[in-house]
Design a protein around this ligand. Structure first.
Ligand SMILES: NC(=O)c1ccc[n+]([C@@H]2O[C@H](COP(=O)([O-])OP(=O)(O)OC[C@H]3O[C@@H](n4cnc5c(N)ncnc54)[C@H](O)[C@@H]3O)[C@@H](O)[C@H]2O)c1
Ligand SMILES: [Fe+2]
Length: 397
C-alpha cells in the first residue's frame, strides 16, 4: 500500500469511527505513587480504605497504609488475592470490605489484585452479582471510589475497563468489560515493579507487548491509539530484557512501565484480538500465567494475520528500528521470548500436556466468540483457531 493510500485510509477512519475514551480522572506516572495515592483518597474525603493485594506485596502495602494513616484515614490491608483470581477471592474481599466498613478501595499489585479490587468496588452495594456481569456493558455502576497501583508492567488494568475472573461454574477465565471498571485514579510508579520475580517480569512484559501489538494490528485500530501502541512496542521491545536481567534498573523498569501503560490505554478503545482469545483457555485449564500463554500463541497469530497486516508491520518495524519488515519483527518477538526464557510451545511449559480433539475443538469454538476475537484483522474461524493451536503445540522458531 502506498503512503498516500495509507493516509487516505486513516482519514476515512477518523471520519467514520468515532473514538470513545474512558480514562481515570487522575493518572500519575513516576516516583512517589504511594504518597500521591494517599493524598488523592484524602482529597476525596474517604474515611476507611480497603487495600486489596496479594501476600508478596506486603512490603509495599505497609508504606501505603502508613501514608493513608498520615492523611488521617483508616487503612485495612486485605491480602487475599492469589494469581489468576476466582470468584471465591472476590467474595472473600467483599466480606473484608464490609467488615471494616470500607468507603473506598485501593488495588495494589499485578493484574490479579487490581482486577479483584475493581470488582469489589463495583459490586459491594450488592445490586448485582458477579454472574450477571460477565460480558460487555452489563455492569450498572460502581459502588465505591477506586484507585489502582500496578506492581507489574503489566496488564494495564489500572486504566482499563476490564477485569478478568475465573468463573467457577465452568472453570473458564472470563472478562467483565464496562467503563465503570476504569479506576477513578491510577498511580503508575515504576519503582513498585522492582520486586517482581523474574518470571513475572517476563510474563507481564509480554502481556503488555501483546496488548500494544494487538491494538496496533486490530480491525478496530485508530490513529489516536496507534501512537500509544507503537510507542509501547518500541519501549517494551528495547527494555524488557534489561529489566528481566537487571531487576533494579529503574530506567529499564520505567520504559517497560510506560509501555505497559500505553498498552492499557489501548485496551478500552480498541482491545486485543486472537492472541488473547486463544490464550485464555490454556490459562484457565492449566494455570499458565496469562503473559506466558500469550507469548506461546503470539508468533502464530502474527503469521495467521500476515496477509492483512504486512504493510502495518513494516511501518512498525521501521518505527522500532528493526530491519526486514514483518519477518524482522517476527524474529524480534521470537528472540525476545527466548531471552526471557519463555517456553517455545504449550507442551514445553506443561510437561506431558496433551490436548484431545474434543478439547481443541471446544477451545477453538470458545475463542471465536470471545469478545476480543472480533478485533482480529483476519476473521478468526474455527479452522483458523485450530491451526494456530496446532502450531502453538508444536512451538515457535
Ligand atoms: N484487567 C485487565 O485489563 C487485564 C489485562 C490483562 C491481564 N489481566 C489479568 O491479570 C492477571 C495477571 O496479572 P499479572 O501478570 O500482573 O500477574 P499477577 O497479578 O497474577 O501477579 C503474579 C505474581 O507476582 C506477584 N507480584 C506482582 N508484583 C510484584 C512485585 N512488585 N513484587 C513481588 N511480587 C509481585 C503477585 O503477588 C503474584 O504472586 C491475569 O488474571 C490476567 O488475566 C487483566
Ligand atoms: Fe493481557
Amino acid at each position: 500500500m502506498s503512503a498516500e493510500s495509507v493516509i487516505a485510509k486513516q482519514q476515512q477512519l477518523l471520519l467514520h469511527r468515532p473514538l470513545a475514551l474512558h480514562l481515570p480522572t487522575r493518572l500519575g506516572f513516576g516516583a512517589g505513587g504511594l504518597a500521591a495515592c494517599a493524598e488523592w483518597f484524602a482529597a476525596r474525603a474517604a474515611r476507611v480504605v480497603l487495600v486489596v493485594t496479594s501476600p508478596p506485596l506486603a512490603p509495599l502495602c505497609e508504606p501505603l497504609a502508613a501514608a493513608l494513616r498520615d492523611q488521617g484515614l483508616k487503612a485495612h490491608v486485605w491480602e487475599g488475592v492469589t494469581q489468576e483470581p476466582r470468584i471465591a477471592h472476590l467474595q472473600a474481599g467483599m466480606r473484608a470490605a464490609r467488615d471494616c466498613g470500607a468507603d473506598a478501595i485501593a488495588g495494589i499489585g499485578g493484574g490479579s489484585a487490581m482486577d479483584v479490587a475493581k470488582l469489589i468496588a463495583a459490586l459491594l452495594d450488592g445490586r448485582q452479582r458477579i454472574g450477571e456481569v460477565f460480558g460487555i456493558g452489563l455492569l450498572h455502576g460502581r459502588a465505591l471510589p477506586l484507585a489502582c497501583l500496578p506492581t507489574t508492567a503489566g496488564t494495564g488494568s489500572e486504566v482499563s475497563p476490564i477485569a478478568i475472573m475465573q468463573d467457577t461454574t465452568d472453570g473458564q477465565k472470563k472478562a467483565i468489560i464496562s467503563s465503570h471498571l476504569v479506576p477513578d485514579a491510577a498511580f503508575v510508579d515504576p519503582a513498585l515493579t522492582i520486586g517482581a520475580p523474574r518470571e513475572v517480569t517476563a510474563a507481564s512484559g509480554i502481556d503488555a507487548l501483546t496488548h500494544c501489538i494487538e491494538a496496533y494490528a486490530n480491525r478496530q485500530a485508530h490513529p489516536f491509539t496507534d501512537v500509544w501502541a507503537l510507542e509501547g512496542i518500541r519501549r517494551i521491545g528495547r527494555s524488557l530484557v534489561q529489566a528481566f536481567d537487571h531487576p533494579d534498573d529503574l530506567a529499564a523498569r520505567s520504559d517497560v512501565a510506560l509501555g505497559s501503560l500505553y498498552g492499557g490505554l489501548c485496551l478500552g478503545p480498541v482491545n486485543t484480538a486472537a492472541v488473547h482469545a486463544l490464550a485464555y483457555p490454556p490459562g484457565s485449564d492449566h494455570g499458565i500465567a496469562h503473559g506466558v500463554s500469550n507469548a506461546v500463541i503470539l508468533p502464530h497469530v502474527l503469521e495467521f494475520n500476515r496477509g492483512a497486516i504486512e504493510t502495518k508491520m513494516e511501518r512498525l518495524a521501521a518505527y522500532c528500528g528493526i530491519a526486514r519488515g514483518f519477518d524482522g519483527f517476527l524474529a524480534h518477538v521470537n528472540a525476545l521470548c527466548d531471552e526471557l526464557k519463555v517456553p517455545r510451545s504449550l507442551p514445553a511449559f506443561i510437561d506431558g500436556l496433551e490436548m484431545d480433539e474434543e478439547r481443541r475443538k471446544l477451545i477453538a469454538e470458545m475463542a471465536i466468540v470471545d469478545p476480543t476475537a472480533g478485533g482480529n484483522p483476519v476473521e478468526l474461524t474455527v479452522d483458523g483457531a485450530l491451526d494456530i493451536l496446532d502450531r502453538a503445540m508444536k512451538g515457535r522458531g
